[in-house]
Design a protein around this ligand. Structure first.
Ligand SMILES: NC(=O)c1ccc[n+]([C@@H]2O[C@H](COP(=O)([O-])OP(=O)(O)OC[C@H]3O[C@@H](n4cnc5c(N)ncnc54)[C@H](O)[C@@H]3O)[C@@H](O)[C@H]2O)c1
Ligand SMILES: [Zn+2]
Length: 663
């Protein structure tokens, strides 16, 4: 195939893929689409004379389909993409001396909001960039962060991204396992394609502004200040003086990516001064005054090779997808969760399908859905749930709306192994030197059955096994011995009682229970009296701890502590607590001024709690102070300012902590 033919082929692919994507049913993952677009762009750059006509790279988006089409006052363009530091440097070189902001590239749906004499007149989707859909009615009903009125004369156009927060996405899918949303971006787009505001009211979208155009000359020059003055939450913008500073912020955004409540696929650099941005002008499909730096993909497509049913520690039988290896979210993924049979049914997944795999941060990779049903060859197989436990052949029971399968045989060998592995895990007894493979072998040999059996192991016993030598046997025993101070909270976690989470364990400790036996004897009535413990959790605790009573006795016999420990309780507040009674929110990167070393936020939070503070995760009217570290996002500051919450630099708090001896 010669270059001209290849260009035509790629151009055709781009057109087809785009069309499907903007109709809401993409055929490939974004990263794969981007690769095709990149190849096409490179070939055309090398041989401009072979550029196809029409050139799909000079078009953005897709035609508006529903509602009423409206023409944009100026086109809503795409962004020039960068993946290498030199490209960021080149951007700065193009605009010497101009201030630049770096902000997350939010993965949602862009909207243009038109205000006329201070009143929201229209909300329009991007559409094909020239003409979009009128979604004013839906936007009024569904979107947070869009004021109905602003204080500004004439015509004002604010552009930004409407996103579904990850927390909203997760909550929605938990509530509707029968019709799950595939990803937050698709969910945001789908929401604004809906016809009925009421049915989608729970899909609350959030709006983050990143662009502003006013008919009246003058006004605030800095984009972020101008947006804030009008009452909009901007995308989190940070000013950068040079390319190095910008690259640092880009790296920080990428690092924080998993902790944020919204999806993002990169960072956007943009001239901070509104006039300079306008003066820079545009190319055929992108503004000159902005650049998108793309991050590694969190979603990719691959083939679902098989599904195996895995027996968990509580007897839950969960489908696990075996995938053809795919690099996503920074690692090679070969296994992913399929949740339960209801999710499989709702997403219409079959073995042999090309599926979309998503891995964002610490989230376990999961199969978000089938992308391209048209690729099916007929050789795909239905995913059939087992009728009996794959480990012990015990008949299964179905529970709940999502029809989760359970093996209720308490002697089920697979469950036994899982429970032992869980007991040894870091969250529980932390028996680091005895790994899952060994636990499985020891359990198979009948040496381990209950958690208490770990503490009866001896070096002699371990040496009976092939491939365990003197050194590793000693290490295992030492690791077991070192961990007898398990304590109430971690023991409760380690026993893997259905419905009892880590939070449950913490709440019981803080409610004054002194030992695991005390929880076992408390009875449901006393348990439900504990804040945030409901009747189902109380019933499960009572029933399972009654069953585990002999094991609690065995654990005591082998010297394992089941009593509440200091670490399980709220910190003791220092007598001269400087932050007593204050509700604080911590933001930005924290470091200890004495050593200059970074301090993880939870550690710093614990110090503040020791000093009497109550920590909250987001700024609200009841917040007393926002403690700021380095690289603070603008949105929290804006909110604090708006609510009159004091903003205090970390250095001041450190001084107080050190003076009060809290470290
Ligand atoms: N899977 C597929 O088949 C397929 C097909 C076509 C496009 N796509 C994907 O669609 C995405 C959109 O492509 P595009 O070229 O239309 O858009 P783009 O990637 O060029 O980015 C422009 C868009 O970025 C958004 N944005 C988010 N935060 C922003 C900020 N802070 N400042 C400015 N803009 C911001 C805006 O919505 C804007 O419209 C790409 O990620 C691409 O991979 C996928
Ligand atoms: Zn079983």
């Amino acid at each position: 195939m010669d270059t001209g033919e290849r260009i035509q082929e790629l151009a055709d692919q781009v057109t087809v893929l785009r069309d499907a994507y903007y109709r809401g049913s993409p055929l490939v993952a974004d990263a794969e689409y981007d690769a095709i677009e990149d190849e096409l762009r490179r070939l055309i750059e090398a041989s401009p004379e072979l550029a196809p006509d029409p050139n799909p790279l000079e078009q953005v988006g897709a035609p508006a389909v529903l509602h009423a089409p409206i023409r944009h006052s100026r086109p809503m363009l795409s962004l020039e993409k960068a993946t290498r530091p030199e490209q960021v440097a080149a951007f700065f070189d193009r605009f010497p001396g101009q201030p630049v902001v770096v902000m997350p590239k939010l993965d949602g749906l862009s909207l243009a909001l038109v205000y006329e004499d201070g009143r929201l007149a229209r909300a329009i989707t991007r559409g094909d960039g020239t003409t979009g859909d009128d979604v004013t009615v839906l936007v009024r009903a569904l979107t947070d962060g869009i004021p109905e009125r602003i204080t500004a004369p004439g015509r004002v156009e604010v552009r930004g991204e409407a996103v579904m927060l990850r927390s909203t996405f997760t909550a929605y899918n938990t509530k509707h396992p029968d019709r799950p949303l595939i990803n937050p971006r698709g969910a945001a787009a789908g929401t604004l394609r809906a016809k009925d505001p009421a049915t989608v009211a729970e899909r609350r979208l959030r709006f983050f502004a990143f662009d502003l155009d006013t008919s009246e000359p003058g006004g605030v020059a800095d984009l972020e200040d101008a947006l804030r003055t009008l009452g909009f939450t901007g995308a989190d913008m940070r000013h950068c003086a040079d390319a190095d500073a910008a690259l640092e912020v880009i790296a920080a955004i990428e690092q924080q990516r998993n902790d944020l409540d919204y999806d993002l696929d990169g960072a956007v650099l943009r001239l901070a001064n509104r006039d300079a941005y306008a003066a820079a002008g545009t190319r055929s499909s992108s503004p000159r005054g902005a650049l998108a730096y793309k991050f590694a993909a969190e979603e990719k497509t691959t083939v679902l090779a098989d599904v195996v049913w895995d027996v968990g520690k509580t007897g839950k039988i969960a489908p696990v997808a075996w995938l053809e290896p795919v690099f996503v979210g920074g690692t090679t993924v070969t296994r992913a969760t399929l949740a339960n049979q209801e999710v499989i049914r709702a997403r219409g997944i079959k073995i042999g399908d090309t599926v979309l795999v998503r891995r964002a941060g610490d989230v376990i990779p999961f199969v978000a859905g089938v992308l391209d049903v048209s690729k099916r060859t007929g050789a795909e197989r239905d995913i059939v749930p087992p009728s009996a436990c794959p480990s012990c052949a015990h008949p299964l029971t179905e529970q709940g709306n999502s029809r989760e399968l359970f093996c209720t045989n308490v002697a089920c060998p697979a469950q036994t192994v899982r429970r032992l592995i869980h007991w040894a895990s870091r969250a529980a007894a932390d028996i680091e030197a005895v790994g899952p493979v060994w636990i499985e072998r020891l359990a198979e040999a009948g040496v381990l059955e209950h958690p208490s059996d770990f503490y009866r192991l001896t070096t002699e016993k371990l040496l009976e096994f092939d491939r365990i030598g003197e050194v590793s046997a000693t290490r295992m025993i030492e690791s077991i011995d070192a961990g007898r101070q398990v304590g109430l909270r971690r023991a409760l976690i380690g026993l893997a009682i259905p419905m009892a989470s880590e939070g449950t364990a913490t709440r019981l400790c803080r409610a004054g229970f002194g030992s695991l036996e005390e929880v076992a004897d408390a009875g449901e009535e006393r348990l439900v009296a504990v804040e945030d413990i409901g009747p189902k959790v109380a019933a499960s605790l009572t029933a399972h701890l009654a069953r585990l009573r002999p094991e609690l006795e065995r654990l005591r016999e082998v010297g394992v502590s089941l009593d509440v420990r200091d670490e399980d309780l709220p910190p003791v507040v220092a007598s001269d607590a400087p932050l007593a009674g204050k509700t604080v929110v911590i933001t930005g990167a924290i470091s200890d001024p004495r050593s200059g070393e970074k301090v993880p936020r939870p550690t710093f939070q614990r110090l503040c709690e020791k000093a009497g503070a109550t920590a909250a995760s987001s700024v609200s009217a009841s917040t007393d102070m926002l403690i700021t570290g380095a690289d603070v996002g603008a949105s929290k500051l804006t909110k604090a300012e708006k609510l009159g919450v004091a903003v205090v630099d970390q250095s001041e708090i450190w001084q107080q902590l050190i003076a009060a001896g809290v470290t």
